[in-house]
Design a protein around this ligand. Structure first.
Ligand code: NI
Length: 182
């Protein structure tokens, strides 16, 4: 396994639509997925898409841990809001409710910044896991956000291009000014 170099905003690979993975069984794909997981964990990210490591293929890895969910959620509501470490190949997203929800996003390709992005908060996604199994889930909240953010990378989009108000593109060290004191 290896920690891969992450492309930063401005590199053309981040603006290029990625290609469908034709053969999941190739050793190169397995190595890519393993390296992406290691790279994401090393960089303390919630997700990573293959174009971010200079590989223009439709592969994402992500996780939506319990600690990222809205603290007001009851335990029985949390199910769609969380996801274990997941590898998703050739993913597709279906929007179940287009009503937008705003949230702060960061990106390993846009280091040090945060942006306020509105996205549909209720989606279904499907794709293939590393063993070729079909993965299909309903996602809400942060889980829906991270999947949409990562899949945008596969279409050559960064979260900054989803922002409606660029005054909410800020350095992460200043985010305290936007949070309500508790
Ligand atoms: Ni990103």
């Amino acid at each position: 396994m290896a920690i891969l170099k992450i492309a930063r905003m401005g590199h053309p690979v981040l603006a290029t639509p990625a290609l469908v993975v034709p053969d999941l069984k190739s050793p190169e794909i397995r190595r890519l997925v393993n390296d992406m997981v290691e790279t994401m964990i090393d960089a303390n990210g919630a997700g990573l898409a293959a174009p971010q490591v200079h590989v223009p293929l439709r592969v994402v890895v992500f996780q939506a841990p319990d600690g990222r969910t809205d603290p007001g959620l009851a335990d029985e509501e949390k199910f769609d809001h969380t996801a274990p470490l997941t590898v998703l190949i050739n993913p597709e997203i279906e929007i179940l409710d287009p009503a937008p929800e705003g949230g702060w996003e960061g990106c390993l390709s846009v280091p040090g910044l945060r942006g306020w992005v509105e996205r549909p908060a209720h989606i279904r996604y499907r794709g293939l896991g590393i063993e070729g199994e079909t993965i299909e889930r309903v996602a809400r909240g942060f889980h829906a956000r991270v999947v949409q953010h990562e899949c945008d990378h596969l279409d050559g989009r960064l979260y900054t291009s989803r922002m409606g108000d660029l005054s909410r593109l800020i350095f992460e060290s200043e985010i305290r000014h936007f949070q309500v004191a508790s």
